[in-house]
Design a protein around this ligand. Structure first.
Ligand code: KIV
Length: 281
């Protein structure tokens, strides 16, 4: 890990109410993307289990295990970014026992992550404590937690009722108490994002949680216009990379079809002797 890399203590200390700038986090699943996002100044690179949706084409994140996450974490780490790398623990890699959770977290750390993220509140505190006890920093994730899609009955905004909001607030305090250094808040009303951010001493990082959180995170493919899937309301699209790729590929296909690619400049020159020899063959 380079000395330049954003550290866990630096992230843990970031609160907008203290005048700090919001943290900018984005997902990355491979070396070139990590390198480009790092050059853009992204603070935190999340090797999210959303790789299952946006790269591998699954309908949910339940289809991948720790081996897939380690593979992509290794690719992101190869970029040697200044941004902190967070490895996402996939479904069923930390649900069975705290020992299983520590072993899974260690796989991602050995693949190059600086910290791990897991979904869930008070029910995950034993796993969080065990991982932290093994010296591995943990980021929490509350609200619309995609690994709970079956239990939630779909990808639905959470915490809309008073009871639902209070349950998420209690979970956030439990995760802070257990030692998480930051918490992702996904798919919750903006006022709940604001209230939890005010209640916690650790930073909140929002995705569909309104403007008041201590940071924001977006899925790279959604933000860059690369996603073939339905893009949620909270996404702002910053690029039309998908269209640019289709246009570039269409130009390539046209050049191949009309014979203009490759040209002489894109071919290896040869000697007259070899040309004559082959011409005689
Ligand atoms: O996997 C992921 O991309 C995430 C973000 C939505 C926070 O967990």
């Amino acid at each position: 890990m380079s000395d330049q890399r954003t550290s866990v203590p630096a992230v843990r200390a970031t609160k907008r109410r203290n005048g700090d700038a919001p943290l900018a986090m984005m997902t990355a699943y491979d070396e070139p993307t990590a390198r480009l996002l790092d050059a853009a100044g992204v603070d935190l690179l999340l090797v999210g289990d959303s790789v299952a949706n946006v790269v591998l084409g699954h309908d949910d994140t339940l289809q991948i295990g720790i081996d897939v996450m380690a593979h992509h974490t290794r690719a992101v780490a190869a970029a040697k970014p200044s941004a902190m790398i967070i490895g996402d623990l996939p479904w069923m890699s930390y649900h069975l026992t705290p020992v299983q959770a520590v072993e899974s977290a260690a796989v991602l750390i050995r693949a190059g992550a600086d910290s791990v993220k897991l979904e869930g509140g008070a029910n995950r505190v034993p796993a969080v404590r065990a991982i932290i006890d093994a010296e591995i920093p943990v980021m929490g994730h509350l609200g619309l937690t995609p690994q709970s899609v079956r239990a939630m009955g779909g990808f639905k905004v959470q915490g809309r009722s008073v009871d639902g909001a209070d349950a998420i607030r209690r979970d956030a305090l439990s995760l802070q108490e257990a030692g998480c250094f930051a918490i992702v808040l996904e798919g919750v009303p903006d006022v709940l994002g604001e209230a939890i951010t005010a209640e916690l001493d650790i930073p909140t990082i929002g995705i569909g949680a309104g403007p008041a959180t201590d940071g924001q995170v977006l899925v790279f493919h959604d933000a860059m216009g690369l996603s073939g899937r339905h893009v949620p309301k909270f996404v702002r699209t910053y690029g039309a990379i998908g269209e640019a790729i289709t246009a570039a590929a269409a130009a390539y296909v046209a050049d191949v079809k009309d014979g203009s690619f490759p040209a002489a400049a894109e071919s290896y020159a040869t000697s007259d002797e070899l040309r004559d020899h082959l011409g005689e063959a």
